[in-house]
Design a protein around this ligand. Structure first.
Ligand SMILES: C[S@@+](CC[C@H](N)C(=O)[O-])C[C@H]1O[C@@H](n2cnc3c(N)ncnc32)[C@H](O)[C@@H]1O
Length: 346
């Protein structure tokens, strides 16, 4: 496992308070260059959507049935989607900030390209942020982003498989955030316990899991059979179940997140959902995210659609077609993400 560039160089503040810039030791051990596990090269299968409901594909073992995810290839999609969702994340972070006032170290477990990690750096100017992910390529993007935003001096990355990679953190986290990454790990309860182990006393674990699938078109869109998105949801749920089953070390668990947090030894669970509501006509950046998402859905579940629905999806994706998501005036983006938090007792 490699602790990457921009090793943080501050001690956590006393009592878990803000870090003092420019002093002290890193929050993660320096590893052998290139020893990070990463995700290997592109898998043979297709990737999935990376949207707000828990259907983002995982990213490790290569499966013949197309549930493997090439995370590096999804970099652009993950980044543009997270940028579009920024107002939602900002509200979620503000909600967390009411309880977690002065974290010294924030860890973003399964950070992807680091859009949210950088929002944390912005929302908590006294904190160091370490983005942890299996994909070195995505963390490279996270570092570039931190540099662009002027927070690189208190931003670090750690490449490796979760949850084991967290063992390389030198300091316990005051806040550990995991958005849509836990469901890519085979044993979610064991991973939550490992996350909880890496928390400082009174530290907070914040999970973003569940919510509502993204909606972007009315039920009847004037072409094809009404209800296309609901049918895509059903196919995606089945894909997601397959994906989880095929994860290495997959363990079935009831996805009662507060109960799982409690079973990990944490207390004071809280849950809240945050809405993203971009009414029609949606801006071009929303259209791009919807087109990427629908393209991904066509790849992973398109075979399960009937011929009429497949033809509708093709029209929706054709930039030349006035009925496409690129051009139609009724396109919107509406979704909700749920955050669950819990605190480590003394
Ligand atoms: C759906 S993305 C979420 C990214 C980001 N947290 C967000 O909400 O936009 C899932 C992330 O988890 C990472 N990931 C998946 N399985 C992993 C594993 N076993 N170890 C480390 N990272 C993993 C992927 O590389 C990817 O960046």
């Amino acid at each position: 496992m490699a602790y990457d560039h921009h090793t943080p160089h501050t001690e956590p503040g006393p009592g878990g308070g803000p870090a003092a810039p420019g002093t002290g030791a890193p929050h993660a051990r320096q590893g052998e260059p290139g020893s990070g596990a990463g995700h290997g090269g592109p898998g043979p299968g297709t990737a999935e959507a990376g949207h707000g409901s828990p259907h983002d594909g995982h990213g490790h073992a290569r499966h013949p049935h197309g549930t493997d995810v090439d995370w590096a290839a999804m970099a652009e999609q993950l980044e543009t989607q997270a940028e579009l969702y920024t107002p939602l994340y900002e509200r979620a972070l503000a909600w967390i900030g009411k309880e977690v006032t002065e974290p010294g170290l924030i860890v973003d477990a399964g950070s992807g390209p680091g859009v949210i990690s950088c929002l944390f750096a912005d929302a908590f100017p006294g904190a160091r942020v370490v983005a942890v992910d299996g994909s070195g390529e995505l963390l490279e993007r996270a570092r570039s982003r931190a540099e662009r935003l002027g927070v690189a001096d208190r931003f670090g990355t750690l490449t490796g498989e979760l949850p084991q990679a967290l063992d390389d953190l030198e300091y316990p986290a005051d806040l550990l955030w995991a958005s849509r990454s836990l469901h890519h790990l085979g044993d979610q309860q064991a991973a939550l316990s490992a996350f909880a182990d890496r928390l400082a006393p009174d530290g907070t674990l914040a999970l973003m899991e569940g919510g509502l699938p993204m909606r972007w078109l009315p039920r009847d869109i004037g072409i094809g059979r009404p209800g296309l998105q609901a049918r895509l949801d059903v196919l995606e749920e089945e894909w997601f179940t397959r994906m989880r089953t095929e994860l290495p070390g997959s363990v079935d668990v009831t996805e009662d997140w507060p109960a799982l947090l409690t079973a990990a030894g944490l207390k004071h669970t809280r849950t809240r959902s945050f809405l993203l509501d971009l009414p029609a006509p949606a801006p071009d950046r929303a259209r791009a995210v919807v087109a990427a998402r629908l393209g991904r859905l066509r790849e992973i579940v398109g075979d399960g659609l009937d011929a009429e629905d497949r033809a509708t999806v093709d029209r929706l994706l054709d930039p030349q077609d006035p009925a496409s998501v690129h051009r139609r005036p009724d396109l919107f983006v509406l979704t909700a993400h749920t955050v669950h938090t819990a605190v480590k007792p003394h």
